[in-house]
Ligand binder design. Structure first.
Ligand code: ADP
Ligand code: MG
Length: 243
């Protein structure tokens, strides 16, 4: 099976600060990879480089055989297959839930309104918030808003989903409903890269856990190995601090 994502010698500087220092990572189709590591270790920057929300300073990003770092790459087309979910939901506050889930379908994919509405309602149903379609995001709980954000990404029919701490902004009682949606997506075979501090989720759902520190991948492997028997001092001390 060819790799769906291949990051080769990825470097990212912000000014003089080197935030990613030679990342090598491949992800197979259908794989769920959880990325863990201390704050400031470069996890968000890594995700943002995968869809070129950040331009890597050096190295290659290949997704679905598209080299996104090729200067001639059509990023709009390449990005269509990549969905992203952020910690802060990033819904458009002045649009209803339905409009949030149809806007990119209509503007980017040029779907007619009826088709976009139908797909949006199907995705909202899937994440359990279809009854909120006509509401504005501010009327929804954080867990509902994040599920809308997931539906919005899925409505574009991506084959890779990136999640950047999708439950970190949620009250504890709302975390489970979002993780359940993500778990089902994983069960359906979606390729997922998930930055998370939810170790129970990583343990149960991830095929592989990647531990990052200071811009490098320090170790990676099956969750049972990395989370329960970390080989590096850095991973051991990180896990002791958070567990
Ligand atoms: P993490 O997600 O692991 O907490 P980030 O990728 O957000 O880490 O950040 C890694 C480092 O890069 C941090 O030192 C952060 O301050 C810095 N950084 C992130 N984004 C920017 C930016 N746009 N400009 C300057 N520095 C940034
Ligand atoms: Mg981050």
């Amino acid at each position: 099976m060819p790799d769906q994502v291949a990051l080769q010698n990825l470097h990212k500087y912000f000014g003089k600060l080197e935030v990613l220092r030679g990342i090598e990572l491949t992800v197979e189709s259908g794989e769920v990879v959880c990325v863990i590591g201390p704050s400031g270790s470069g996890k968000s920057t890594l995700l943002r480089c995968i869809n070129l929300l950040e331009q890597p300073t050096d190295g290659r990003v290949v997704v679905d055989d598209f080299d996104l770092t090729d200067p001639d790459a059509n990023l709009d087309v390449a990005r269509r297959s990549i969905g992203m979910v952020f910690q802060q939901f990033n819904l458009f506050p002045h649009m209803t839930v339905l409009e949030n889930v149809t806007i990119a379908q209509r503007k980017v994919l040029k779907r007619p309104r009826e088709e976009a509405d139908r797909i949006a309602l199907a995705q909202l149903t899937k994440v359990g918030v279809a009854e909120k379609a006509a509401q504005y995001p501010s009327k929804l709980s954080g867990g509902q808003q994040q599920r809308v954000a997931i539906a919005r990404a899925l409505a574009m029919e991506p084959d890779l989903m990136l999640f950047d701490e999708p439950t970190s902004a949620l009250d504890p009682e709302l975390v489970g409903e979002v993780l359940r949606v993500m778990r089902r997506l994983a069960d359906e075979g979606m390729t997922m890269i998930v930055v998370t501090h939810e170790m129970a989720f990583a343990k149960e759902v991830a095929d592989r856990v990647v531990f990052m520190d200071d811009g490098v991948i320090v170790e990676q492997g099956p969750p049972g190995e990395v989370l329960e028997n970390p080989q590096s001092d850095r991973a051991r001390s990180f896990l002791q601090r958070i567990l």
